[in-house]
Design a protein around this ligand. Structure first.
Ligand code: ATP
Length: 722
């Protein structure tokens, strides 16, 4: 943000600014909208009617207007808005700005991509401007975002809309190494855009950090920041802020919890939910598909999707960073014909920012965890959002698909649901999310499991990634709260494990040579692609809204008829067989379950062994024993956690949680590299079901050894077989 240069100029400016501020204050007071009213219900001003001071201490009405020019805003803000080509307001801006400008607390809810960022940036700038805030006044406004990328994006919007103002603004996010420089400068900053963890870090550790003069607090993605994952950090932050302030909360899925609002001490907040009456909770230009895909075919489906949508910019959501890592690395090695990128909370901050910027600029496929699910505005140009793993709830679905079809652009999304997750369809319908159920055309499926199997021969390190992806996936399902949708016992675990890739049976062909040859052929081949992977479900029994437009949803056929396929990708490369030390075959997961002997393992297939009946009996007994032991273990574990919780309560202040350690990955597999290594060992989750914000401790994935992960997989499988 710019500062005027000469002294003379500054003096003149100050005088004219004083006049302007006086007038703005009078205008705002004179035409204040009624508290509790929705400015959207008022008609726009008649065309060409005068704006601002109308003489005799009267001013034009600003509630209900449609253009920024008609609002009581400073010239600096208006000039910058015009420069950015922001002329007409969106609904949420029209509804909330008149209330926010007169200093009221606001809870704003509007669909994704509908312009909520400007709805809070403008009042922040205007409030500080009218208060004549200067460098010596310190922190005047704090804007909190749940993720670093979103904080960075808000910072950019602030920079462009506030470029003619003289405020200093700082981006305080985890993962940045210059924390010492930040500490030196943070007290000189007027506007802080931050993630909760970093802000708390400064509150706790920066000498003289002072926000006692805070004027405006903003929570973007408020429901996320108020949810259990950030509860402790946010409570600690709020306790250090002055009570007399303006507070604004925005999200596409707003909280209405009285408890949440009480935590923030809101004063008669204006609840402005501009799309509540709308027929859909998602953008009208978004076409949404759901396909029922067995878990073990999800990667095949994803591969086929990517191969048939090479000309589109796509985001693919997976539930953990280990899955993102594996799928990204494996698919990259198979060269699908479009650049692939990945983003998750375990990456170094610079890399994350670089990936984010590159993805904004270029057509590519971005594999991501939910770190990219909220708020990010990739230059309006994401064509497709693909959800390979079911989102944890409807809100999460809405935010993920909201990365496309932003503002006035259109977009498409597809969700792969396992047969056991179909309850999600009802939940989406109940939340007014209009989805088309589409049946995949099986004959168009391009299986990738066999290609992956060959890949693992060439790149053995991928095998470990596959195993980790498998384990973290199971764990993420296990940790999900909505047990109606996420039931680990209903998952076809063996098939899923196999779909992540299994080595080729060494008896059937020369693995190394054969597979490498095939792999090279696969990697360098040209392909014939038919893009009509999707076919509508027979909707004869469904209502019109559901069956409409499905034809449009089927992507145009893309044919690249250069050469014939050198190999038939539909042909399996051989059955997947794993051998134990004695040469007996093992079912796929026995390998992952580790090195237990036959006697101890439940994973040995009794049929392929002699004395199958005795074994089956033995397994049955063992399962019962294990069940009993498991019950006892759970009791002991609960007791342990209770004790730990009490201990932690007393020393919570010392725990300087980094925000994305908490939020990035429901499976607890992502971790921040740079902040407070002493907190790396355990991750605290809050159980929002509990009245008192009871905490669950979950070890971070990195803190868990491979043996522990394997033991976990084994346990899960045992419980499944029991
Ligand atoms: N009044 C406006 N005129 C033109 N474009 C606008 C206007 N307001 C916002 N936009 C553009 O709309 C896009 C979406 O805005 P924004 O990111 O603020 O949406 P959002 O409601 O915060 O979305 P999300 O819920 O995903 O966070 C941005 O590219 C922004 O520049």
């Amino acid at each position: 943000m710019r500062r005027p240069k000469s002294k003379q100029f500054r003096k003149q400016l100050r005088l004219s600014e004083e006049d302007e501020i006086k007038q703005l204050n009078s205008w705002i007071q004179f035409q204040k909208p009624d508290s509790g009213s929705n400015p959207m219900s008022l008609p726009p001003l008649p065309k060409n009617s005068p704006v601002g001071h109308l003489g005799d201490n009267t001013f034009s009405r600003y509630a209900g207007v449609v253009r920024f020019e008609q609002l009581p805003l400073s010239k600096k803000t208006k000039d910058a808005l015009r420069g950015c080509k922001f002329v007409s307001m969106t609904d949420i801006q029209r509804a909330s700005l008149p209330h926010a400008l007169c200093g009221r607390d606001v809870l704003g809810a509007a669909k994704t991509g509908s312009g909520k960022t400007l709805a809070f940036i403008i009042p922040v700038l205007e409030k500080l401007y009218r208060e004549r805030w200067g460098p010596e006044d310190g922190v005047g406004s704090i804007i909190i975002s749940p993720t670093r990328e979103l904080a960075g994006q808000i910072f950019e919007v602030l920079n462009s809309v506030g470029k003619y103002h003289g405020f200093s603004a700082g981006l305080l996010i985890g993962g940045r190494k210059d924390v010492d420089t930040e500490k030196e400068r943070v007290n000189e900053l007027n506007i802080l855009i931050c993630t909760p963890g970093r802000l708390l870090h400064h509150m706790d550790e920066t000498p003289n950090f002072d926000c006692s003069q805070l004027q405006v607090l903003v929570l973007d993605e408020a429901d996320r920041i108020l949810d259990s994952g950030f509860k402790r950090a946010l409570n600690a932050i709020i306790s250090q802020l002055p009570k007399r302030r303006q507070t604004m909360l925005f999200s596409a899925t707003q909280t209405k919890s009285v408890q949440d609002l009480a935590r923030l001490s809101l004063k008669d907040p204006e609840y402005l939910s501009v799309h509540e009456e709308s027929v859909a909770a998602t953008p009208s230009l978004l076409k949404q598909i759901v396909m029922i895909v067995p878990l073990d075919q999800k990667l095949d489906m994803l591969w086929t999707f990517i191969k048939t949508h090479l000309q589109f910019k796509t985001i693919v959501f997976l539930s953990s960073c280990k899955q993102v890592n594996y799928v990204y690395e494996a698919f990259r090695k198979l060269h699908p014909g479009i650049p692939l990128k990945c983003l998750h909370g375990r990456m170094k901050q610079e890399k994350r920012m670089a990936i984010y910027s590159e993805f904004c600029e270029n057509r590519s496929v971005l594999f991501s965890t939910d770190v990219a699910a909220r708020g990010l505005d990739f230059n309006k140009a994401v064509d497709w959002v693909v959800q390979v793993d079911c989102p944890e709830n409807v809100a999460s679905y809405i935010h993920r698909v909201g990365r496309t079809a932003r503002y006035k652009s259109d977009g498409k999304s597809v969700l792969f649901l396992s047969p056991s997750e179909t309850q999600m369809l009802e939940k989406l319908e109940a939340a007014k999310v209009p989805v088309h159920l589409v049946k995949p055309k099986k004959e168009k499926l391009q299986p990738v499991s066999s290609l992956l199997a060959s890949l693992l021969v060439k790149y053995p390190e991928l095998q470990q990634r596959a195993q980790r992806a498998f384990v973290t996936y199971l764990r993420s399902i296990h940790l999900q709260k909505d047990k109606e949708i996420f039931d680990i016992l209903k998952l076809p675990i063996d098939e899923y494990s196999a779909s992540l890739a299994e080595p080729v049976d060494p008896n059937q062909e020369n693995v190394t040579e054969g597979s490498r040859e095939k792999l090279d052929t696969i990697v360098f081949r040209d392909e014939e692609i038919e893009n009509d992977l999707l076919q509508p479900v027979d909707t004869s029994n469904e209502d019109d809204t559901k069956s409409a437009d499905i034809g449009e949803l089927i992507p145009a056929t893309r044919l690249l008829k250069k050469k014939k396929l050198k190999i038939n990708v539909h042909r399996p490369l051989g059955s997947r067989v794993v051998f134990d030390d004695e040469g007996n075959t093992l079912p796929p997961l026995a390998r992952i379950a580790g090195t237990q002997s036959d006697k101890d393992s439940l994973l040995i297939d009794p049929v392929s062994h002699p004395h199958a009946e005795q074994k089956a009996e033995y397994y049955k007994r063992m399962r019962e024993d294990l069940k009993k032991a498991d019950k006892e273990d759970k009791l002991v574990e609960r007791q342990r956690l209770r004790e730990k919780r009490i201990k932690q309560k007393t020393k919570w202040k010392a725990d300087n949680l980094e925000e994305e350690d908490i939020q990035d990955d429901i499976s607890g597999s992502e971790e921040d590299e740079t902040v407070n290594k002493r907190h790396k060992k355990s991750k605290i989750y809050f159980d929002s079901d509990s009245d008192e914000g009871e905490r669950k401790e979950v070890k971070q994935n990195q803190g868990i050894t491979l043996e522990e992960q394997e033991a976990l997989a084994l346990k899960l499988l045992q419980s499944m077989q029991a």
